[in-house]
Design a protein around this ligand. Structure first.
Ligand SMILES: [Zn+2]
Length: 94
């Protein structure tokens, strides 16, 4: 068995291990997230919008009134990623 075939065979098990959120993202990849809800305020720093079709979330900037960053099903992960990105930028400009 070649290496490539073996990895393809393992793929469904990887999805199962990664959790329901990832599996849902794969299943609903056809969704274009065109029907986003109104922005919901999470805390002083973050707002987000939810896709009414598939439930995926995206961070939202009320000042520019635009969504930003990647889409994801785990809001806490999105915020953690955004914080990490900001820290990186601060270090680069300092
Ligand atoms: Zn969607």
């Amino acid at each position: 068995m070649s290496r490539g075939r073996f990895r393809r065979w393992l793929w469904p098990f990887g999805i199962a291990a990664a959790g329901v959120g990832t599996a849902a993202a794969v299943l609903l990849r056809g969704c274009w997230h065109t029907h986003m809800s109104w922005p919901t305020r999470y805390d002083d720093h973050y707002s987000y919008r939810v896709c009414t079709a598939c439930g995926i979330k995206r961070l939202f900037n009320p000042k520019s009134f635009r969504g930003y960053g990647p889409y994801g099903y785990d809001l806490h992960e999105l915020m953690a990623r955004d914080r990490a990105r900001r820290l990186k930028q601060q270090k680069l400009t300092a």
